[in-house]
Design a protein around this ligand. Structure first.
Ligand SMILES: Cc1ncc(COP(=O)(O)O)c(C=O)c1O
Length: 305
């Protein structure tokens, strides 16, 4: 998806012009993939842009850095304030936000610890990641031939730039084969997640989503969806899913900051009822929650100004 520039990017404590937010080609993380990042959305609300679960995202950025033994030079509160500043400076009613922390220029070699840690936060307008009709018409899924990376190879709890080689391989394979998205299985053969989304599958009337132990990122949307599902009276749990659970699902959906709630209409050419009743109810309530329209979820929305 093409990027639309906005006036400013926050870099190492300052708002700089979009064009001036440059890095050197010998920046350490560009070579070895040791960066951590987040994807956050701000939605239009009556009180200006509302950033969905901003503090939770910045806390996860800190957790990702901790796993890598990367010391972030800014606290959670400082990065929350910086994110609000960059969103306010954009003048946009809604946007996608990308904080990233990376080892900067100055050292080369596989020990990153002597490198300086740089932090940047950008935002720009971004539409529906899997298409405007993903909630109603659904997306087609392919089970990837690529195995989800494992706990003792690349830690799935860390949203590390290098982890996304695995996701991109699966995404490209799925698109080239004519599907919209990939589902990745873990080394044990159980369902893990998608390339940038968690998955929920309904079996025997109950929604199940694979947890971190299955190799999935602990999605902030996944946790929001579980709360919403329970509040709507649906049975929902984290748990293991086998490949055949996907093929005979009563309904299924993906969720993530970028993809929001997107229904699944088929897995490996086996049609799935789409959109299912739980998918529709949860997707619609999620849409209201992110816009600050549901009182019980108002704390999830943090205003930029
Ligand atoms: C691999 C992966 N899984 C799941 C998710 C969903 O996470 P969240 O809901 O926090 O955006 C993402 C998006 O960040 C992701 O990249």
């Amino acid at each position: 998806m093409p990027i639309t520039p906005t006036p400013k990017i926050w870099m190492n404590g300052e708002l700089v012009d979009w064009e001036a937010a440059q890095i050197h080609v010998l920046t350490h993380s560009l070579h070895y993939g040791m960066g951590v990042f987040e994807g956050i959305r701000a939605y239009e609300t009556a009180d200006g842009p509302g950033i969905f679960r901003l503090t939770d995202h910045i806390e996860r950025l800190h957790s990702s850095a901790k796993i890598l033994m990367m010391t972030l030079p800014y606290s959670v509160d400082e990065l929350v304030a910086a994110t609000k500043a960059v969103v306010a400076s954009s003048g946009l009613p809604s946007c996608y936000i990308r904080p990233i922390a990376y080892y900067g220029y100055g050292e080369m070699g596989l020990n990153p610890l002597p490198c300086k840690v740089d932090v940047a936060i950008a935002c720009w307008p971004w539409g529906a990641y899997l298409g405007e009709e993903a909630l109603t018409k659904g997306v087609s899924m392919k089970i990837s031939s690529w195995t989800r990376h494992d706990h003792n190879t690349m830690p799935p709890a860390a949203k590390t730039t290098g982890n996304y080689v695995n996701s991109s391989l699966a995404k490209v394979e799925a698109i080239k084969a004519g599907y919209d998205e990939a589902i990745m299985l873990n080394r044990q053969g159980f369902v893990s997640e998608c390339t940038g989304e968690n998955i929920f599958v309904a079996r025997h009337g109950k929604l199940i989503s694979p947890p971190l132990s299955a190799g999935a990122l602990e999605g902030i949307t996944q946790s929001s969806v579980m709360t919403i599902a329970r509040d709507l009276g649906f049975e929902v749990a984290l748990g293991d899913l086998a490949r055949s659970d996907l093929y005979i699902a009563e309904e299924a959906f993906l969720c993530g900051t970028a993809a929001e709630v997107s229904a699944v209409n088929a897995v490996d050419d086996r049609p799935i009822p789409c959109p299912g009743p739980m998918t529709t109810a949860i997707g619609e309530e999620y849409g209201r929650a992110v816009r600050g329209e549901v009182d019980r979820y108002k704390d999830w929305v943090e205003h930029a100004r």
